[in-house]
Design a protein. Structure first.
Length: 320
């Protein structure tokens, strides 16, 4: 009897590890109206994690970490935030691209969605490099339903009409020459908050969404009003980055505001990635300094923000 029970336990654990991922359930994501939907045309609302800037927290960019986020946090998506400036892709293109590919390959193996993120505040100054990078990604992963391209993380206080939109059109055209279908997410000015401005002058083409970023300690109803305006204008939104604290990554955790944002995400059936898998000493980090880069984290390894984000993520995965 003991041997039988042991076998049941082992089989149960194996089944948990091998459970179907969201990609198997939904297929390649696409835009329909103002919604991100799956193969069946129904809205898909995923919750997952954003990795930290690759050049500074590259240790967490590994398959074991990705698998732990799937198994323990119940993440449905991982965002590979590849740093571009400050020692990132512009200085070390081969190294940074290899980090991205390691995470993308791990997500594909795990059945998770993965965002390939050009994590840059000044992408309009690096258009040629962005084109080169995304064409390489499209050639390698353009047939994988897991992949989403995020071509401009957070434009700063620049013009949507004269700067961000022309950049996006050029990079999108380069991707579409190779990959005509996969979802592309575009940031908007003011650190991906002016989604209503982008919605008023949208990029032409299929399967284009706009990044909405919020930090619960800073952004309140005013940003939700802008997001609602964008969606009512027909724009699909994708929350590629959100935090529990202030927008500088520090300050107090705002649980009440976080709950209000989670209700908004539920109402509008949006996808979202929490910032960030990191052990940097700041409020928005999910891990305490020295936490293992391969996952396996206990409660003591998680920051207060990490515990809150994990709870929301696990509840998201269990929701009907």
């Amino acid at each position: 009897m003991k041997k039988l029970l042991a076998l049941v336990v082992v089989l149960g654990l194996s089944a948990a590890v091998a459970r179907p991922g969201p990609v198997e359930r939904h297929g390649a994501l696409r835009v329909s109206g103002a919604r991100v939907v799956g193969d069946d045309g129904k809205p898909v609302s995923l919750m997952g994690n954003s990795l930290f800037w690759s050049q500074w927290m590259g240790g967490f960019w590994n398959a074991d970490c990705v698998n732990w986020l799937k198994q323990d946090w119940k993440a449905g998506i991982v965002r590979a935030a590849m740093g571009v400036e400050a020692g990132g892709y512009l200085e070390h293109p081969a190294e940074e691209q290899a980090r991205v590919e390691k995470v993308v390959d791990a997500c594909i193996a795990a059945g998770l969605y993965v965002i390939i993120d050009w994590h840059d505040h000044h992408a309009t100054a690096h258009t040629k490099a962005a084109v080169t990078f995304f064409q390489a990604m499209a050639k390698k992963y353009g047939r994988q339903p897991n992949v989403i391209y995020e071509i401009f993380n957070e434009p700063e206080r620049v013009s949507w009409h004269n700067e961000v939109k022309p950049y996006a059109e050029e990079v999108i055209a380069a991707i579409r020459a190779i990959d005509p279908a996969h979802l592309i997410v575009v940031g908007s000015p003011h650190w991906s908050q002016d989604v209503d401005v982008a919605a008023g002058d949208p990029i032409k083409g299929a399967n284009i969404a706009y990044a909405l970023h919020f930090y619960a300690g800073t952004h309140k109803q005013g940003l939700r009003d802008k997001a609602e305006s964008a969606m009512k204008q027909g724009a699909a939104l994708f929350v590629t980055e959100w935090g529990t604290c202030k927008s500088d990554g520090n300050g107090q955790i705002d649980e009440a505001s976080t709950a209000e944002w989670m209700a908004f995400l539920r109402q509008w059936q949006l996808c979202a990635c929490n910032w960030a898998v990191s052990d940097k000493v700041e409020t928005s980090s999910t891990l305490v300094p020295g936490a293992a880069i391969t996952g396996g984290w206990k409660d003591d390894d998680l920051t207060a923000s990490g515990k809150l984000a994990r709870r929301w993520m696990r509840e998201w995965a269990e929701a009907p």
